[in-house]
Design a protein around this ligand. Structure first.
Ligand code: CU
Length: 111
């Protein structure tokens, strides 16, 4: 039963590759944004709806990543902790504790 399993894995890999081709839906990606030195890095990130963004707090104080339109909110992320949000669209966001910390999700395409 090993051969059929391997064939299925190859077929799945081929499908995943094909999905990256022109005009086909792009598989969701997971991006990472670091919260460090009271800023988001990268401050601007290109995403597609359906993608996930992991916010990793590298500072010694808690931060949030909160969409300005409140579409999503990580809540407080403790120092050294992380939180994941699913992207539904683009927009700007900030840390509610430190409003000078701002970032942008630049959404393109549709899922
Ligand atoms: Cu903050």
């Amino acid at each position: 039963m090993r051969a059929p399993l391997r064939a299925a894995a190859l077929a799945a890999a081929a499908l995943a590759l094909a999905a990256c081709g022109g005009g086909r839906p792009h598989p969701p990606e997971r991006h990472t944004v670091e919260l460090r030195n009271f800023g988001f890095s990268p401050a601007s990130l290109a995403v597609r709806p359906g993608d996930e963004v992991v916010f990793v707090n590298r500072d010694a104080v808690p931060h949030t990543a909160t969409a300005d339109d409140r579409a999503w909110d990580t809540g407080s992320i403790a120092a050294g902790d992380s939180a994941v949000v699913k992207v539904t669209g683009g927009g700007t966001y900030k840390c509610t504790f430190h409003p000078t910390m701002t970032g942008t999700l630049a959404a393109s395409g549709t899922k």
